[in-house]
Design a protein around this ligand. Structure first.
Ligand code: UDP
Length: 235
């Protein structure tokens, strides 16, 4: 097995599935089943989940919300998704725990690196909720940060597309996929994979990223086993 410990980033937006808002139970249980499959391979799994299916600070501030309040609402949205995923995992028999970047016991224990490592070593799929705990960041930066902190072998970014493309494949039909690409090439071409700060953090701390389509059932296991179906981001 190539990977002993990973950070899996799940998009909140994907969680809404076909219904276009909130949490789609089918998508949620597909995610839980896919995660169960890789947990069964013995890989330690940390997860950061987004909140875009519920609230985003930036779109809130366009509607007149204070940006900091809006971001705090967004972080709470990630907590809602984290709890949903946690209960879906437990329902299929996977040990799972939620750690939060903002103190809010008993919803989850307050995050620390030591607690995270302890939980991962004890075999819990550990969900890191509330992003970084700070406004003006995203769950991409949150997952880069947590991935680096827990010393993950790689960050797996589950998306709705098959990997990194020369342009947005949902908008440009001529876009082609990269099998692999360097961090600097992403930055140079300004490719919208993750926000800049998240990409730079991964680059500066040598955390490889694998971008893949998480919405195709079975893909998570394939990428963990090293199948070349997504895009591998390297130095
Ligand atoms: N957010 C934040 N700090 C963080 C992580 C998230 O303020 O460290 C807020 C931000 O407002 C963001 C929202 O939470 O818009 C939801 O997260 P994100 O947009 O990353 O979710 P995704 O797009 O992955 O669904």
């Amino acid at each position: 097995m190539k990977y002993k410990r990973i950070l899996l980033k799940l998009s909140g937006e994907s969680l809404m599935g076909a219904q276009g808002y909130g949490i789609d139970e089918n998508r949620l249980s597909e995610y839980a089943d896919q995660i169960k499959e890789i947990a069964g391979l013995g890989v330690q799994i940390g997860i950061v989940i987004g909140g875009g299916n519920i609230f985003r600070g930036l779109s809130g501030s366009k509607k007149g919300f204070d940006r900091v309040k809006g971001d705090q609402m967004g972080m709470l949205a990630t907590v809602i998704n984290a709890l949903a995923l946690n209960s879906a995992l437990v329902a299929v028999g996977v040990k799972s725990k939620v750690l939060t970047a903002i103190r809010m016991e008993p919803i989850g224990e307050f995050y620390s690196k030591d607690k995270a490592i302890e939980s991962l070593n004890a075999g819990y799929v550990t969900i890191f909720a509330a992003g970084t705990g700070c406004p003006y960041f995203t769950t991409d930066t949150g997952s880069s940060l947590r991935g680096i902190e827990i010393e993950a072998d790689a960050m797996f970014k589950g998306t709705r597309v098959d990997g990194i493309y020369t342009a947005d494949p949902e908008k440009d039909p001529t876009a082609t996929k990269y099998d692999d690409i360097s961090y600097d090439e992403i930055l140079r071409q300004n490719l919208k994979v993750m926000d800049l700060s998240a990409t730079v953090m991964c680059r500066d701390n040598n955390l490889p990223i694998v971008v893949f389509n998480m919405d195709k059932v079975g893909n998570l296991k394939k990428v963990i086993l090293g199948e070349n179906i997504g895009t591998y981001v390297h130095p």
